[in-house]
Design a protein around this ligand. Structure first.
Ligand code: HEM
Length: 400
């Protein structure tokens, strides 16, 4: 196959957030498409909601962190012990069970008050700045990092240090770009976690690092796996949430009536967060998560040979009219139907309850604290971070 005329990713969103017209046109043609990836490889892009769920729950597919050797250049975190995306089956279940208590309802409720306090503190710091100020610097970047400090049980003051490392690790994790800096950052992050985890022997608490140390002591995980689990949670939980706060704010700026509706009826915040996640999830145009079939499979009548690249287009599935009514309308009162922003199947997002809580705190209070909050530049002037899979912006200058 020449492949020259294949649809090619990335398909950039319009003004950084609106769905790509090419993606919408392609999606209308069917649920699974042959495409060319940025790496140059050919493969499939799954844009149908049910078809995506079918792939994500089918044990014939290896997870994102287990690509065939032909698809992986030098890797940074893939294959690192404890990285959940590189484990499957009972090994994956064993590792997830070790960290599940940190994301239980009880722990997440314990974190709720801290998240509110963190947000309130960051709002006041932002308010004290001369205008315009960079909301990324004062809110969207530090907030998820401070929440992860609380989750892990390390001092808030460490957040800037490890969030910068996490950022470095996640940069260039997709299909192109230099990786040596990311590798160094990953090692530094692991060294930091090793030290903090060992410190929990003298200073235990209701937190992730204490749980992980106990799991090592009880022989449920090796120390390397425990460190990898914590580092993985840190990098998976940081960038995605940073980007979601920024994309969510852009969505609200772009839809002032929906914003007014939320301000007028704060009880809509849960639904508003779901609608932001459905329609404006994090993403820089690569849009989706990879899966690799170990055998030939047929999904929706499409034959996919073993060891192909299959990108499950999570954001594209949000525009499947077989699942969502009027999917292209942003409606914060929409009757709730599950979306796939947090994926599905054994690898669904471990931190979804925590992420929802963070977003609820931000979107439930930011327009009360800053009623006139707005971008200080035109949306198209924002610089998308194209080198990082979750997107987000170089800067997010605002006025209030
Ligand atoms: C709005 C914010 C977030 C979004 C949109 C998001 C989305 C996702 C997605 C799409 C996956 C991929 C699953 C797959 O390969 O099928 C994932 C995995 C994961 N997420 Fe999140 N996430 C968010 C926040 C968080 C937070 C706050 C944490 C933890 C503090 C977290 C921890 C993880 C972990 C550990 C995995 C790997 C799960 C596994 O492979 O078993 N995420 N997330």
């Amino acid at each position: 196959m020449s492949g020259q005329s294949l649809p090619t990713l990335p398909m950039w969103r319009v003004n950084h957030i609106e769905p790509s017209p090419e993606m919408l046109a392609l999606r209308a043609n069917g649920p699974i498409h042959r495409v060319r990836f940025p790496s140059g490889h050919e493969g499939w892009w799954v844009t149908g909601y049910e078809e995506a769920k079918a792939v994500l729950s089918d044990a014939a597919f290896r997870p994102s962190g287990m690509p065939a050797a032909a698809f992986t250049p030098a890797t940074v975190i893939l294959g690192s012990p404890g990285w959940l995306g590189s484990h499957e089956g009972s090994e994956h279940a064993r590792l997830r069970t070790i960290v599940a208590p940190a994301f239980s309802n009880r722990r997440v409720k314990l974190l709720a008050q801290q998240i509110e306090a963190i947000a309130a503190q960051l709002f006041e710091t932002l308010a004290a700045q001369p205008q315009p100020a960079d909301l990324r610097h004062y809110l969207s970047f530090p907030l998820p990092a401070m929440v992860i400090s609380a989750l892990m049980g390390v001092p808030y003051e460490d957040h800037a240090f490890f969030a910068e490392l996490s950022d470095e690790v996640m940069t260039h994790q997709h299909e192109s770009g230099p990786r040596s800096a990311a590798l160094l950052a990953w090692e530094e992050l692991r060294t930091y976690i090793r030290g903090k985890m060992r410190g929990k022997r003298q200073d235990p608490g209701d937190n992730l690092l204490t749980d992980l140390l106990a799991a090592v002591d009880q022989g449920k995980a090796t120390e390397e796996e425990a460190i990898g689990l914590a580092a993985g949670i840190l990098v998976a939980g940081h960038e995605s949430t940073v980007a979601q706060i920024e994309f969510g704010l852009l969505a609200m700026f772009r839809h002032p009536q929906q914003r007014e509706r939320l301000v007028g009826d704060p009880s809509l915040v849960d639904k508003a967060v779901e609608e932001i996640l459905r329609m404006y999830p994090p993403g820089a145009g690569w849009d989706g998560i990879m899966r690799y079939p170990r055998t030939d499979v047929t999904i929706a009548g499409v034959h996919i040979p073993a060891e192909s690249k299959v990108l499950v287009g999570l954001p594209a599935t949000s525009f499947d009219p077989r699942h969502f009514d009027d999917p292209e309308i942003f409606d914060i009162g929409r009757a709730e139907k599950p979306h796939l922003a947090f994926s599905y199947g054994p690898h669904y997002c471990l931190g979804e309850a925590l992420a929802r809580l963070e977003l609820k705190v931000v979107f439930g209070s930011i327009f009360q604290r800053f009623p006139r909050l707005r971008l200080a530049v035109a949306p198209e002037e924002l610089k998308l971070r194209k080198e990082i899979i979750t997107g987000g912006f170089e800067e997010f200058p605002v006025l209030w």
